[in-house]
Design a protein around this ligand. Structure first.
Ligand code: XLS
Ligand code: CA
Ligand code: CA
Length: 435
């Protein structure tokens, strides 16, 4: 396996003093952090669509990335070569997982039957590549947004015919994910949203989505799929109003339609910032509900209002994300998928390695720093002190055993509260002392 990236050897950990750009400085897979290996904490995955399929086209210009795995005329030959390139890349990077949309792995055919046959052929190919390399499938999903039939949505489409097509496509994608031992299955609501209320019945579309999810849950049960279902929030793009705006919106949707037991969330950093949140806020909301399932790691650009899907190199964001991860005790069957693409100007295949190495090192370093912060205990001690008044009558109030009258008596007895400082800058300075 040395066909598509002959200029790159297996990427090794060489430590922070190494000057080799094609080596890890921080990511040492077997290094123990709080009793667990880095590899097990982070569970990195490579995103098939950005890393193998993205060719750098943008609304103003054509592809910039000539990839040798695209030099085949027949779509299925190209798909097989792309699979070979994917597994060579992931093996050399030393990552254990990958993620795909059905249409990344196998091309859409000229009929539904042909699309299904293409997918089956590529599942056979991918299964064999998984067996030879030991690489596993973190999650599969269906692309229900690229084909023109989905212009008005998939599960939320006003036309039942399109709804049924999307459901039939998910049936195939779920079976493919199961066949490949996928540990999760993701639903990102590609065009599940709307542009204008003038032509949209919002309530009905949400009911449709709930019905769609219910059928997926039932089918998964029927075929014995044991992976975790994940929904991925995103506030806008491609539609102006996406129904899965953020974690809180999805949790409310799942509660309303009694689907909460079957799903967790896949939180993407760039989607969090598009929603006006931080990555760590979205992680914390999901974790507080016991629903943090997996992460799509990337970053946006603070000066741009769209989903730039850049590789994550911001150390502060990585530290804050790792504090949330360690606080929840891990991702279970989830992982950290690099839903990120190299910039259009970074068109050489080796740039794919630089990008992933940088992202893996950022989170490895973030993990080490976060674990030192946790071991030191200053954040926890500070919070403990900050909430220390919640005893006695506070405990009763929290447990629902108090009343406005009780609070009034308390105030008449104790008078005006002494309000302490939140000490934000002091805490930020302490964080910096760990870097
Ligand atoms: C797009 C999403 C998508 C999902 C999978 O913005 O991030 O790539 O992760 O469909
Ligand atoms: Ca994503
Ligand atoms: Ca994205």
């Amino acid at each position: 396996m040395n066909t598509y990236f002959p200029e790159v050897k297996k990427i090794e950990y060489e430590g922070r003093d190494s000057s080799n750009p094609l080596a890890f400085k921080w990511y040492d897979k077997d290094q123990l952090v709080l009793g667990k290996s880095m590899g097990d904490h982070l569970r990195f995955g490579v995103a098939y669509w950005h890393t193998l399929k993205n060719q750098g086209a943008d609304p103003f210009g054509e592809s910039t990335m000539a990839r040798r795995w695209n030099e085949y005329d027949e779509p299925l030959d190209r798909a097989r070569a792309t699979g070979d390139a994917a597994f060579e890349f992931i093996s050399k990077l030393g990552v254990d997982y990958y993620c795909f949309h059905d249409r990344d792995l196998a091309p859409e055919g000229s009929s539904f039957a042909e699309s299904c046959a293409n997918l089956e052929a590529m599942v056979t190919h991918a299964k064999q590549l998984q067996q030879t390399t030991g690489i596993k499938l973190l999650w599969g999903t269906a692309n229900l947004f690229s084909h023109p039939r989905y212009v008005h949505g998939a599960g939320t489409n006003p036309d039942y015919h399109v709804f049924a097509y999307a459901a039939a496509q998910v049936k195939q994608a779920l079976a493919a994910t199961q066949e490949l031992g996928g540990e999760n299955y993701v639903f990102w609501g590609g065009r599940e949203g709307y542009e204008t209320l003038l032509n949209t019945r919002m309530k009905q579309e949400q009911e449709q989505m709930a019905a769609f999810f219910r059928m997926c849950v039932e089918y998964a049960r029927k075929i014995g799929f044991s992976g975790q279902f994940l929904i991925e929030p995103k506030p806008k793009e491609p539609t102006k109003h996406q129904y899965d705006f953020d974690s809180a919106t999805i949790l409310n949707f799942l509660q309303t339609y009694e689907l909460i037991d079957y799903f967790k969330l896949n939180i993407e950093a760039n989607h969090a910032t598009l929603a006006g949140h931080t990555f760590e806020h979205e992680l914390a909301v999901a974790a507080a509900a016991g629903k943090l399932g997996s992460m799509d790691v990337n970053r946006g650009d603070p000066l741009l209002g769209w989903d730039t899907d850049q590789f994550p190199t911001d150390l502060y964001s990585a530290i804050y994300a790792m504090l949330e991860l360690l606080g929840t005790g891990g991702l279970g069957s989830g992982g950290m998928n690099f839903d990120a693409k190299v910039r259009r100007g970074s068109f050489e295949p080796v740039d794919l390695f630089h990008a992933h190495i940088g992202g893996m090192d950022a989170f490895a370093r973030g993990l080490v720093i976060a674990s030192a912060i946790i071991e030191d205990g200053f954040l926890e001690d500070f919070k403990k002190q900050r909430y220390s008044s919640w005893k006695g009558p506070g405990t009763a109030a929290l447990a629902g055993r108090s009343s406005l009258e009780n609070c009034e008596s308390f105030i008449r007895e104790h008078g005006e509260p002494q309000v302490p400082s939140g000490r934000q800058e002091y805490l930020e300075n302490l964080i910096n002392s760990f870097i």
